[in-house]
Design a protein. Sequence first.
Length: 199
Amino acid sequence: MPYPPAIQQLIRQLGALPAVGPKTAERYALFLLERDQVWLEQLAGVLTDLKKQVLYCSRCHSLSAVDPCPICTDSRRDSRFLCVVSETKDLLAVEGSQSYNGLYHVLGGVISAVNDAGPERLRVASLLEKLKPPSRVQEIILALNPDFDGEATALYLKKLLANFPQQVSRLARGLPTGALLDYADQQTIAHALKFRNHY
């Protein structure tokens, strides 16, 4: 016997979430059914208000509650450095390292042949606009994931940025702290050797 239509519809909605297959969506739906009405109404309220209370910063394009965001309006940030990331979650990861005090530009994704996402979907025009005089940016740091899509996006940006006077850099890649050599793949070891620190 199939689930009632309301549950089937919920499973379909939950199945549209990233990395959620039919079985996981079913588990989530059944979990929600076990919650009390107050909890469900609180969740519904949060979801309803989500688009009303979250916006994109007009300067860096990160998700924020205010525009411009707190990072862009912080006079203590070093405007000579511009870190380019694909999503807000990457910006938060860089901020969490507490080792960067410059500004950001969020592309809103990466170039991906698999997902049919070309460069026209990225916020490249506003990035290039930030580099025109009288820009204070001296270095552009491409902080993109070292996977196929991140590499393709970085290569595309590097070609575009070749026409600008700012220095372009990439995050160094190598062995993470605490990693064991025998568990590392050959490409990681090769990058660790190539970008090794000199003492």
